[in-house]
Structure formats: structure tokens, C-alpha cells
Design a protein around this ligand. Structure first.
Ligand code: FBP
Length: 558
């Protein structure tokens, strides 16, 4: 980290994140509930996780008794995409473990789970931790997308942890990384290792949530950052009155990020992938809908507007989704062979022969860059959708449609579109007060689960729309959250991704307002995240969380 720091960094270093009351007392114990089971695929999951299946839900409460206070050795690892607040999770773990025993040592594995496999780590001292308190980014120990999966990687971890005499490992990651944490926990248990594994729910995508886990960390800060930018663009649009802005937002599969930003800013159009999938809307119908709004606004003299599109959209349009699934199956069998072909045309020809006729036609109709991106998979089997320029695709198709309508004399709309992609801009922002507090609490609680000798759990902090005093921390057994899905052509246990539900309060609120937002200029300008000032400006949770928890108002005050 650079020695030069900004005024904000200096001021934020002094911020003391808030903890739930029980954790603040310093005297806590872990209470265990009844055995649990996953909602579906019970037999397969039980078979795959014989040592860690069915564990009880854990709750951290005030009291004394069952937590280890002897010196321990605990590792932490950051896994996957950056999310604001990761450093505070580590600070929380550090402070909690040092408070329990000052001789405990905390190690940071470097560059993600690969650091566990390669045995690359550094000891985290208070000098290091203090430099990163309340900062964004994962640069304290860096992140990576390696998966600890192959037998030789699991064995390498076992050997490294044994050599380090490691009591616990906290894996800070999304749904895939928490699944991986469960698999590692199961393996280590089967080998009689003493290393306990605890996961922390991280991802700006907001798709790792369920009854136990109310939100993944980073979603709050990232969506507030994007909403600031979208609000600024809305103001530019109403000032210049000549551009249509097509804004693609990160968020992989689910549309939570796009929906939240729409709730915060009221754009003219927000596409919600889950709705498009549910209704079986085709690409042509999406284009017709957008063109219709462009034409109607133009008729009112408004040749400008803002459209928000989630990056995951392509996977939810029925014919494109079917094609991606077929490609995944083909890659499951022939990935090496396909990657070895040096010529793009050869690849397209080979794939066209393997795909069904319809999918082959859809694949060939896409731009070359998109065709190539759709052949990539990350180590968890996901398509890297952040590289697909959906906003450009929509701009091209809507431009053609408007030209066509003009040629028939059906509109006089002037359509000057500009494309934007907001993703990486929000992942390393200074955590909002919410994320700073939530992450520190998650870390503090994860440390207690390690001290309680639990393994195969994801830490949780609940009651998030209440004041932090009323937050309640605990642990959710990962096997309880698993289901079986086809990944790279094979049935694989994974934590079910939480997509936007069409009967949820956030979507319903959006649905009941979108017609008004389409034609009126109802834009809201949230401005930048505030770190100091009145609580209603600095500490408010996302509209999604407020609406989901029935905490009353959306952020526009209604
Ligand atoms: P995680 O699921 O690991 O949290 O990653 C989230 C994310 O930011 C997605 O929104 C995005 O599609 C992806 O990472 C981009 O990946 P990369 O950082 O490898 O470019």
C-alpha cells in the first residue's frame, strides 16, 4: 500500500465499526439448535458430506463457557471478486481472536485459495491490519479464483495446514467459495485434521442470501456507488436532452444489483433478467419494448433517457440460455480439444456441428467477441459475463428498430445512444458504514465459530435493518444451503444462488412504478456515499433490504 494516504483514508482509519450487543460484551458462548437438512437433494448431499451433513444452526449469545481461549493459529483467505468490506472482516477476526488470547496468530493466505494450496501466506500483525481498517479492496492479502477441488489440491492443503499447525481457516467468498469451504471442511474432517473451516458471505452480486443469511457483504457499497453514477448520468441526460444512456451493471447471474440501483435512481427502463426468463421474453420482444419507450418519450419531446441492464441478461433469454447450457455440456466433454483449435472459424464450425440447429443459428448470429467469451468458464463453471457487451448489442438492435420505424414514418425519434458498463468501479470502494459494521461483525462472529470448534459453517449476522445493537450473529451449516446442479456437465453440490423473486417486495415496488418512471422524469439523485453526518444519510441499508424486511420505506422515502 502506498505511504501517501487521502484525507478520507486518514479519517476512516479512526472509524470504530459497530458490533452486535452480544459480541461487544466480550463474554459470549455458542448455542446449537436442532439438526438441519437441505431443502432438496437430501440423499445425494448426505452421501457427499458424511462427516458434516445435518449439523445444527449455531447462535452466538452472551454468556461464558464453551469457547476456546487458548492460543490458536487461524488462517484467512479472500476468494473471488472483490467486495467492499473484506478488510474489515479480517480486522474483526483479528480483534476477536486477539481479545480471546493475545498469543493467537492470524495468517493471511495470499492471492486466494491458491495460497492455501501452495502454502503461501504471511502473518497478519496489528501494524498490517491497522493500515487497512475500513478501506475497500482486497489488497491486504489479494484474492484469486482458484478452487480447492482436485484430490492433489486437497492433499496439499491438508499437508500445509498440518505443517502450520492451523486450528482454523476462514474463507471469505461467494456462493461457490462457501460451497468449496464446505467441501474442504468435509475433506479435512475425513482426514482427522484439526483445522476448522468457516465461510463468510461475500459478493457484490447480492445473490448469496436466504432465510439465514440476510445479505452478502459488499452489495450495499457497490450498489450505492453505481447509483451515484447513474444518478449523475440522469442529471446529465436531463441537462443535455440528447442522449439515451444504456448502462450495464455487474452482478453475474442475478439482477439484484440492477434492481437495487433502479430503486435508488428510477431510470426509464430497467430490465430484470428473472422476469424475462419467467415470461419467456425473446430478444426481439426486449428490443420492441425498449423502442416503444424511446418512441413514446420522443413523442413528448424527450429524446433522452436511461436504461439499466444486468450483465447476466443473456443467460436468461430463453434461446441464448439453451445455447449456453449446450455449450457447457460440450465444453464438459471437449474443452481441451476446442481450446487447442487456433482458428476461430474452425471452432465455430465444430461447435455448430455439436449444437442443436436452433442453438447453432443463435451462436453464429452473435458478434465474434461474444462467441469467444461464451466459450470461457471460470474455475467454478461460470461464463465470465462481465466481458459480454450486452449494452452494445441492445444499442445496435434498438438503433436498427428505430431506423425501421422512421423509414415507415412511424416516429421522428432522434436516438443517440451511449453505452456504459459499471462493475469494477464499485467493487473496491470504501465500505459504507453499513458494510464497515456488517463486515467487522461477520469477522468477529466467524472468530467465535472457530473458537467453538465448528466446521463447515457460513457465519451470519441477522436483523440487519435494525440498529447494530439488535443484530444477532451465528452460523449456518453449509450442507443446509446446498442443492445439486449440473456444472461443466456433471451433477455438483452448490449453494443455490438467490435470484430476484418476482413476488418479492423489491420487485413488486419496481413493477408498480416502472410505467411512471418510463415516461416521466422521476429520477432520484442519491449522490456519493456519506461516511460522516446524519444517520439517515450515512447508515441507511439498501432499498432491497428495507423492502424485504418490511422495514417500511424505499430509499425515495415512499
Ligand atoms: P464473486 O461471485 O466472486 O463475488 O464475483 C462477483 C463479480 O464481481 C461478478 O459480479 C462479476 O461477473 C465477476 O465477479 C467478474 O469477475 P472477475 O473479477 O474475475 O473479472
Amino acid at each position: 500500500m502506498s505511504a501517501d494516504i487521502s484525507a478520507l483514508q486518514k479519517a476512516r482509519a479512526a472509524y470504530q465499526p459497530k458490533l452486535p450487543k452480544a459480541l461487544r460484551t466480550g463474554k459470549v458462548k455458542v448455542e446449537l439448535g436442532a439438526p438441519t437438512e437441505p431443502a432438496v437433494d437430501k440423499a445425494e448431499i448426505k452421501n457427499l458430506f458424511p462427516h458434516t451433513y445435518g449439523q445444527p444452526v449455531a447462535k452466538i449469545v452472551e454468556g461464558e463457557g464453551n469457547l476456546n481461549s487458548a492460543p490458536m493459529k487461524v488462517g484467512v483467505v479472500l476468494s473471488g471478486g472483490q467486495a467492499p468490506g473484506g478488510h474489515n472482516v479480517i480486522a474483526g477476526i483479528f480483534d476477536a481472536l486477539k481479545a480471546a488470547n493475545k498469543d493467537t496468530k492470524i495468517y493471511g493466505f495470499l492471492k486466494g485459495p491458491g495460497g492455501c494450496i501452495k502454502g503461501k501466506y504471511k502473518e497478519l500483525t496489528s501494524e498490517i491490519i491497522d493500515k487497512y481498517r475500513n478501506t475497500g479492496g482486497f489488497d491486504m492479502i489479494m484474492s484469486g479464483r482458484d478452487k480447492i477441488e482436485k484430490p492433489e489440491d486437497l492433499a496439499a492443503c491438508l499437508a500445509n495446514f498440518k505443517e502450520m499447525d492451523l486450528d482454523g481457516l476462514v474463507i471469505i467468498g461467494g456462493d461457490d467459495s462457501n460451497t468449496n469451504a464446505a467441501m474442504l471442511a468435509e475433506y479435512l474432517d475425513s482426514q482427522n485434521s484439526k483445522t476448522r473451516v468457516i465461510g463468510v458471505p461475500k459478493t457484490i452480486d447480492g445473490d448469496m442470501k436466504n432465510e439465514q443469511i440476510e445479505a452478502s457483504f459488499g452489495f450495499d457499497t457497490a450498489t450505492k456507488t453505481y447509483s451515484e453514477l447513474i444518478g449523475n448520468i440522469c442529471r446529465d441526460a436531463t441537462s443535455a436532452v440528447k442522449y439515451w444512456h444504456f448502462v450495464r451493471l455487474m452482478g453475474r447471474a442475478a439482477s439484484h444489483v440492477a434492481l437495487e440501483c433502479a430503486l435508488q435512481t428510477h431510470p426509464n427502463i430497467c430490465l430484470v433478467s428473472e422476469e424475462i426468463q419467467e415470461k419467456g421474453t425473446t430478444l426481439g420482444e426486449i428490443v420492441d419494448y425498449i423502442a416503444d419507450v424511446v418512441v413514446k418519450r420522443a413523442a413528448e419531446g424527450k429524446n433522452y433517457g436511461i436504461l439499466v441492464v444486468p450483465e447476466g441478461l443473456p443467460e436468461f433469454i430463453s434461446d441464448i440460455k439453451a445455447m449456453i447450457d449446450e455449450l457447457s455440456n460440450i465444453l464438459g466433454k471437449d474443452e481441451k480439444f476446442i481450446k487447442e483449435m487456433t482458428d476461430h472459424e474452425d471452432r465455430v464450425q465444430y461447435l455448430s456441428g455439436q449444437l442443436t440447429d436452433h442453438s447453432a443459428r443463435v451462436y453464429s448470429s452473435l458478434p465474434v467477441e461474444t462467441q469467444e467469451v461464451l466459450l470461457k468458464r471460470d474455475s467454478h463453471g461460470n461464463v465470465p459475463l462481465s466481458q459480454v457487451e450486452t449494452e452494445r448489442l441492445l444499442i445496435d438492435l434498438v438503433s436498427d428498430k428505430i431506423k425501421h420505424l422512421k423509414s415507415k414514418g412511424e416516429t421522428e425519434a432522434k436516438f443517440s445512444p451511449l453505452g456504459h458498463f459499471f462493475g469494477y468501479e464499485g467493487r473496491c470502494a470504501y465500505p459504507s458504514n453499513f458494510d464497515a459494521d456488517y463486515c467487522y461483525s461477520l469477522g468477529y462472529a466467524a472468530a467465535q465459530l472457530v473458537r467453538a470448534d465448528l466446521t463447515g459453517y457460513t457465519v451470519n449476522v441477522q436483523n440487519l435493518t435494525k440498529s447494530s445493537d439488535e443484530w444477532v450473529a451465528g452460523g449456518t451449516p453449509v450442507t443446509m444451503m446446498l442443492n445439486m446442479e449440473i456444472r461443466k456437465g456433471k451433477p455438483t453440490p452448490v449453494i443455490k444462488k438467490a435470484l430476484v423473486e418476482l413476488n418479492s417486495a423489491p420487485f413488486k415496488y419496481f413493477e408498480s412504478n416502472r410505467e411512471k418512471w418510463a415516461l416521466g422524469d422521476c429520477y432520484v439523485f442519491p449522490g456519493p456515499i456519506q461516511y460522516f453526518g446524519p444517520s439517515e444519510v450515512c447508515d441507511a441499508p439498501t432499498c432491497t433490504l428495507a423492502l424485504e424486511k418490511g422495514a417500511g420505506k424505499c430509499c425515495c422515502g415512499k
